[in-house]
Design a protein around this ligand. Structure first.
Ligand SMILES: [Zn+2]
Ligand SMILES: [Zn+2]
Ligand SMILES: [Zn+2]
Length: 438
């Protein structure tokens, strides 16, 4: 059953200067499904909409690492010894980074004495942080503590059993970590929060309708996705996760999600629709610096300082990619992909609020497209772009760039593709959208 259009917009939060969102959802074709279209002129750089997720969750490896503060041994996917440096504690509800921008800079540059100018631009308020009184999980504010409790945390709170390995939720999370190594691209806890949300909801049907809004795949397509996420032994692993998931969370109103077919569908839904969420108090501080009105000389100085800071971070930490977790966004999920997108997604508020911003002027009636590929992947040949999209999202791109390049046989050689395969890029690196705009 499709959700009503009203539901599709119900997680949008206001955009300054607009009475309502300047987009509508239309059915495009049976191949493409839905698409998002402008209803009013939108200018380059304008925020098209801001949306909060139906559910979001931190990646489990991140959460475990922060909590125990210990090293994770190298995984079959390769060593990730540098990962700990970018671990940052986040709000369990909105994924807001809880570290001050300056502390963040100190940790990432490895310079304990690093000082940031304009400290007032950092919005992290440690005095507002709260812990769940039962399980001690941390929130950025009373609002998040209450919102989590209201939506799903009453069901999921382990209480004093937070460390008990025999608690059903801990067994589930442990099983997940043992089958899904970093880089993490989906989270079993996102699925747990979906179930808990329905369990706690007064209007269960509304939530079930909302979750059913995300595109449905055929059984074969779902298997491909699960295979991609869990590897060759996926069938046995999926069954193990289903058993533990059922033990921890069974809900009569959702009995179909706990059947082998239903669980596979749920898993595929999270795998293809989960949007990576990257939060960082430092990048928010940088955005705020960019927005400052300064004398040309001061501007130059501040820009040079920030450039140097990023250089130092790169030297000390390597790539600064802050992906903390993932979420399900109902309106954004209606946005189709293009290799030449006219809009992009970002998380400039240092929390799970997704901003979709125009990359060029968009006329009424024009489709709004984002790219599911990061900028490096977008520069690749049509052949390898298609390979990534097919494997991770199961569709064949027919955007203007792909159509134009279809006539250029040189651009699509098999050789290039083989070469790229041998580069040995991390398995799941392509799954999420670009995580950060730092
Ligand atoms: Zn929060
Ligand atoms: Zn709790
Ligand atoms: Zn394309």
């Amino acid at each position: 059953m499709a959700a009503s259009m009203c539901d599709v917009f119900s997680f949008c939060v206001g955009v300054a200067g607009r009475a309502r969102v300047a987009v509508e959802v239309r059915f495009v074709s049976s191949a493409k499904g839905k698409g998002l279209f402008a209803t009013q002129p939108i200018q380059k750089g304008e925020t098209i909409f801001i949306e909060r997720p139906l559910v979001a969750a931190q990646f489990l490896w991140n959460a475990l690492y922060r909590y125990r503060g210990e090293h994770i041994s190298p995984t079959p996917e390769g060593c990730w010894a540098q990962q700990p440096l970018r671990m940052e504690e986040t709000c369990d509800h909105c994924l807001r980074a809880l570290e001050k921008a300056e502390e963040n800079a100190q940790r990432l540059t490895g310079k304990p004495g690093q000082v940031l100018p304009h400290p007032e631009l950092c919005t992290v308020r440690k005095d507002l942080h709260q812990n769940c009184p039962h399980c001690q999980v941390t929130y950025c504010s009373t609002e998040c503590l209450l919102a989590a409790a209201e939506q799903y945390h009453r069901v999921l709170c382990p209480g004093p059993s937070q460390d008990d390995p025999l608690h059903p939720l801990n067994k589930l999370q442990e099983a997940w970590r043992s089958v899904h190594y970093p880089p993490e691209t989906a989270s079993i806890m996102l699925m747990a929060r979906m179930v808990a949300t329905v369990k706690q909801a007064k209007d269960k049907d509304r939530w079930i309708r909302l979750f059913s809004q995300f595109c449905n795949k055929t059984a074969n397509e779902e298997e491909e996705i699960v295979h991609k996420l869990l590897g060759d032994k996926f069938k046995g692993q999926l069954e193990l996760l289903r058993r533990l998931f059922t033990e921890a969370l069974y809900e009569e109103a959702l009995s179909q999600w706990f059947t082998p077919d239903g669980f596979r569908s749920l898993f595929a839904l999270v795998g293809t629709n989960g949007q990576g969420i990257g939060t960082s108090s430092l990048s928010q501080w940088v955005h705020a610096c960019d927005a400052l009105e300064l004398k040309p000389q001061d501007r130059e100085q501040l820009d040079a300082f920030i450039d140097q800071l990023y250089k130092d971070i790169e030297t000390a930490t390597g790539e600064f990619l802050n992906c903390e977790g993932s979420g399900l966004f109902v309106l954004q999920s209606c946005c189709n992909h293009s290799c030449v997108p006219n809009a992009e997604t970002s998380f400039p508020e240092n929390n799970f609020l997704l901003h979709v911003t125009a990359l060029e002027d968009i006329k009424p009636g024009e489709e709004i497209c984002i790219s599911y590929l990061d900028c490096c992947q977008r520069e690749r040949s049509r052949h390898s772009r298609h390979k990534i999209l097919r494997e991770n999202y199961l569709f064949v791109c027919s955007c203007p760039k792909c159509l134009a390049e279809a006539d250029e046989p040189n651009m699509t050689s098999e050789e290039e593709d083989d070469e790229e395969d041998e580069e040995g890029e991390p398995e799941d690196a392509e799954l999420g959208d670009e995580m950060t705009d730092v």
